[in-house]
Design a protein around this ligand. Structure first.
Ligand SMILES: O=C(O)CCC(=O)C(=O)O
Ligand SMILES: [Fe+2]
Length: 228
């Protein structure tokens, strides 16, 4: 399932991130690339331990924790501390699949996070740059994603994807991975659709007794499938 989540960050939060990123110590993006993707990757990135990355990463995680759509679609178990990248002057990232497991070293150890889902949170407005589309190979063909600043796209970690060359301006984004309670994309999609339907019914017919039953079905399926 490929899902766009609008307005994860508001205009003020985006402006704050951009101001901090303008002063940050950017490095070559290949620092976090796996063996294969290093060949395809040409961008700038903040190192994982960079204080600006940690500070803004916490801001992004806090926004995600209050976003019902993100929660319902991802059913997050662990989230990799958000990273930040920048493409300009023709930079791009060729087709690749993200590493299956990432190690979060932000708390001293090296906690393994299975990358069930990948996410990009756009921090530049689409009219600020040319190119820079995130192309994702989906079951239904290629999707070309270029979202408003503050919006996020969530897609299965199993997907082949690339970022097309940025030929004008600069594309800033935050990107990260999620280990979900549900390992399979098909299960996550079913649970998301069930949750969206229950929420619509709760709005339209709040007193209907079947709502209690349906909510029970949701939780009992999750209990059956959740991998904790
Ligand atoms: O910049 C993006 O939108 C995606 C970055 C990416 O695919 C990666 O770092 O693995
Ligand atoms: Fe990637």
């Amino acid at each position: 399932m490929l899902l766009q989540v609008p307005q994860v960050l508001d205009a003020e939060q985006v402006a704050h991130c951009r101001a901090r990123l303008a002063q940050a110590n950017w490095a070559d993006g290949r620092i976090t690339a796996g063996h294969q993707s290093a060949k395809a990757k040409d961008n700038a990135q903040l190192p994982e331990a960079d204080p600006v990355a940690r500070e803004l990463g916490a801001l992004v995680l806090d926004a995600l924790s209050r976003n019902a759509t993100f929660f319902s679609a991802a059913l997050p178990q662990k989230i990799f501390p958000p990273l930040f990248n920048r493409y300009s002057g023709g930079q791009s990232f060729g087709f690749h699949v993200d590493n299956a497991v990432r190690y979060d070293r932000s708390r001293g150890g090296a906690e393994a996070i299975r990358t069930d889902l990948s996410a990009t949170l756009f921090l530049s407005a689409p009219d600020e740059y040319d190119g820079g589309e995130l192309l994702i190979e989906d079951t239904y063909g290629n999707q070309s994603i270029k979202l408003a600043a503050g919006d996020l796209v969530l897609y299965p970690g199993t997907s082949l994807h690339k970022v097309t060359p940025v030929t004008r301006g600069e594309r800033l984004a935050s990107f990260f991975w999620i280990q979900s309670l549900l390992r399979e994309d098909a299960q996550r999609r079913l649970m998301f659709e069930l949750d969206v339907s229950i929420r619509r019914l709760t709005q339209d017919v709040p007193e209907h007794p079947a709502l209690v039953q349906l909510t029970g079905v949701y939780h009992n399926l999750l209990r059956r499938w959740a991998d904790t």
